[in-house]
Design a protein around this ligand. Structure first.
Ligand code: UD1
Ligand code: CA
Length: 514
């Protein structure tokens, strides 16, 4: 088997018409103590999904008749997660009898078929792929085997069950667990991945005959192989070269390692389908993200959740996008977005923060140091500099001056700001919501807009400016400012001897201002 690249993620729902095995049983009853976590192991995430949802996705990809998940540890929490994130799965509850054999036996109680192939996989093996499972089923069924186990040759087999083969290596005799193995058996480097295809009838029968007489006092699923063989049935192995694909997560070190490997595979898939990723080492993309052809992902980018990047869009450097839709040819630079829509040809950043409900139209612009939330910014509209735009609608072709703020919150409730088409809002405006500025209107710089501005009107309320001549020369004597002013005045007014003497009225005004 080639080190595989993941195919596009499938829905975890089982298709109505099964063309695959009778059932897949996914084991997820274990406690996962080495995670040292209050969260059940299978709910830890890599690539933006839980380990369990990754495992179910692979299982569902075989189009099984039934998809069964065996639970025990934190049963309710895991079941709630399944209800939210997985399609048509059947939960089987494992009882207090421990071991993988018992887990499968409990799973089989939920399997309605009497014959056919049953796959067994683990809920904590996130890189497993549907294609590998389909190959396992095909090999198993074409050989007419009773059991086919997926194995791998590994540099360090410590802890794994070892595959026992006949002297010439052609036949699989059974599996011995590490804890039960002799030194000689521990030298075997072919390990049991824990993923198998079984003949359903053989599996039911063999499980009814296994005991707990072993180092761990558990019902071992692995014992089924020796039983089937003693009954004269065919037991086979499929060896995979892709070690990471069958590796399970036991602790947080492995969680990070498999997370990095999954990311590497996801990036490879996108690059193979025509996306430029300039620096894979600093790029993180979740499993469910989609990216159009000829998009360019610059260094330091994280794309999370259901993010969807259009063709030819350029993202980065240094962006985090979650559940964000980016249109064709749009550009996002050094920004953070969450549940936002960025239209085709629009541009965002650098250094902007798009919060949920931001909807930037085609060719629109959210420039530098802008925060937006629940805001529709229509086609070609621009919020270029240093603004907060929340609970607002901004019409087509409108421009907000630098430093415009929507004051949407009065301390009790949130209110909307509505700005029409082709409006020019001056710099440093505060738009006190609820307020409406009509189509084609304008506001002066520094306006605090408390009243609606009619279409085509100019809204201004800034206090008119008054200059007190010579103020610095009198009030800031001896400072650098004074000499700068004096020099400038001397230069610009060469004919004047000195600054005019202040009138009594000017002196009075200045004192009032201080
Ligand atoms: C098991 C195999 C071993 C194989 C290894 C691969 C057995 C006896 N041994 O070892 O040959 O090399 O997997 O990782 O099968 N689980 C349950 N209920 C239980 C016990 C386990 O659902 O009572 C689930 C766990 O949640 C986990 C999986 O089965 O997803 C494997 O359990 P784990 O304890 O990790 O298996 P090992 O004993 O290490
Ligand atoms: Ca394990």
């Amino acid at each position: 088997m080639q080190p595989a690249e993941p195919t596009a993620p499938a829905d975890t729902a089982v298709p109505a018409e099964s063309t695959g095995p009778a059932a897949v049983i996914v084991l997820a009853a274990g406690a996962g103590t080495r995670m040292k976590s209050r969260t059940p192991k299978v709910l830890h995430e890599i690539g933006g999904r839980s380990l369990l949802v990754h495992a179910l996705d692979a299982a569902a990809g075989t189009a099984p008749g039934q998809l069964v998940v065996v639970l025990r540890h934190e049963r309710e929490r895991v079941a709630a997660h399944l209800a939210e994130h997985a399609g048509d799965v059947v939960i089987a509850d494992q009882d207090e009898i421990p071991g993988t054999g018992r887990a499968v036996q409990c799973g089989l109680e939920q399997v309605s078929a009497a014959e056919g192939t049953v796959l067994v996989t683990y809920g904590d093996v996130p890189l497993l792929e549907a294609a590998a499972l389909r190959e396992l089923v095909a090999a198993h069924e074409s050989a007419g085997a009773a059991v086919t186990v997926l194995t791998a040759r590994v540099p360090d087999p410590t802890g794994y069950g070892r595959i026992l083969r006949s002297a010439d290596g052609s036949e699989v005799l059974g599996i011995v667990e590490h804890k039960d193995a002799t030194d000689e058996q521990r030298a075997i480097d072919e390990i049991n991945s824990g993923i198998y295809a079984f003949d359903l009838a053989v599996l039911r029968d063999a499980l009814s005959r296994i005991g707990t007489d072993n180092a761990q006092g558990e019902m071992y699923l692995t014992d089924v192989l020796a039983i089937a063989r003693e009954d004269g049935r065919s037991v086979r192995a499929v060896v995979t070269a892709d070690l990471m694909m069958v590796e399970g997560v036991n602790d947080r070190v492995q969680l990070a390692q498999l997370g990095a490997e999954m990311n590497r595979r996801i990036l490879t898939r996108h690059m193979r389908s025509g996306v430029t990723i300039v620096d894979p080492a600093t790029t993180w993309i979740d499993a469910d993200v989609s990216i159009g052809q000829d998009a360019v992902i610059l260094p330091g980018v994280q794309l999370h959740g259901a993010t969807d990047i259009g063709e030819r869009a350029v993202i980065g450097p240094d962006c985090t996008l979650r559940d964000t839709e980016v249109g064709e040819g749009a550009e996002v630079v050094r920004s953070h977005t969450l549940l936002a829509v960025i239209g085709a040809g629009a541009s965002v950043g650098p250094f902007s923060y798009l919060r949920p409900g931001t909807d930037l139209g085609e060719q629109g612009k959210i420039g530098g140091f802008v925060e937006t939330k629940n805001a529709r910014i229509d086609t070609g509209a621009k919020v270029p500099h240093l603004s907060y735009v929340g609970d607002a609608e901004i019409g087509e072709g409108t421009n907000l001056g630098a430093g415009t703020i929507t004051a949407n919150y009065d301390g009790v409730s949130k209110h909307r700001t509505t700005i029409g088409r082709h409006v020019r809002v001056g710099s440093d405006n505060v738009l006190v919501a609820p307020v409406t500025i009509g189509d084609g209107a304008a506001t002066g710089a520094g306006t605090v807009v408390r009243k609606d501005v009619a279409p085509g009107a100019l809204g201004v309320n800034a206090v008119s400016q008054r200059n007190v001549e010579g103020w610095t020369l009198r009030r800031r004597a001896g400072t650098a400012a004074e000499s700068a002013a004096r020099e400038a005045l001397d230069r610009s007014d060469a004919t004047a001897d000195a600054s005019p003497a202040p009138t009594a009225g000017q002196e009075k005004q200045e004192n009032e201002q201080r």
